[in-house]
Design a protein around this ligand. Sequence first.
Ligand SMILES: *Cc1c(COP(=O)(O)O)cnc(C)c1O
Length: 306
Amino acid sequence: MTLHIDTPLVESLQLSVIAGRSVWLKLDALQPPGSFKIRGIGYACETYMAQGARRFISSSGGNAGLAVAYAGRMLGLPVTVVVPETTTDRAKELLCQERANVIVHGSSWQEANAFARSLIGPKDAFLHPFNDPLLWEGHATLIDEVFRSGLTPDAIVLSVGGGGLLSGVVEGLDRNGWNGIPVIAVETTGTASFHEAIKAGHSVELEKLTSIATSLGAKRVCERAVKSAKKHPIHSVVVSDRSALSACERFLDDHRILVEPACGASLAVVYENMPELQKFSKVLVVVCGGATTTIDQIREWVKKSQ
Ligand SMILES: *Cc1c(COP(=O)(O)O)cnc(C)c1O
């Protein structure tokens, strides 16, 4: 038993017609806590518990925090999530539903994170949202499932925040002997820390984050993501917030699944049939999901972006 589920892998007729090529979807939006994050975080939580941890601590008011809260509830361990005052009521409500102990502290994520780390005692495990080898190992199960299905895509499209998903997918490709399958790594303008790292050849710290795709908002990607790009074919693409939002709306109509703009960014590459797809005839999109946005919020952002 794992804390994540084996998610559906389906061919999208709508997206295939739009892109003029076969488009497959790995529907991780359907994971119980709403995103792929439970793969790595679930695996890390189980491992830390086996090593003696009796409480989990997180400083994420987003999908990582939700995954930790879900894992703790399933494993019967208490979870403390420290979030800054800027966290939406919606996110706090979802965390409380998962029975996490939510502490609001500080005006920025940095302050909340520092406080969360100060709470760590000998029986606690701190769960980082993207920079932990256990997370990458857990995320790699997404590719194991695709491999077992018998489908061999010729490119994989996914979103990049801190680079945990990217690192895990590359690890999964590697361990299934799929070293030649390229990855199209998508960010939004204002969160493009991976794009900058690729240009520089090493990780770079962004001055500020300016996109609505808050789940992609890591000022610096993990070193592992930069290393992955040195041994695996990865193409970096940056899309606008408006493209990501439009993809969320269209995906809701086409597949009846609401995803965050962080995930819409990947879908936008297909909806706009971007040049990066031209060489490929069978494309797999990781529909990474996201539970912290509502349709009202998306429509409000759309209005503001017009
Ligand atoms: C966390 C997250 C991402 C980015 O993942 P990283 O591992 O930080 O690169 C993308 N989409 C959603 C919905 C997420 O929750």
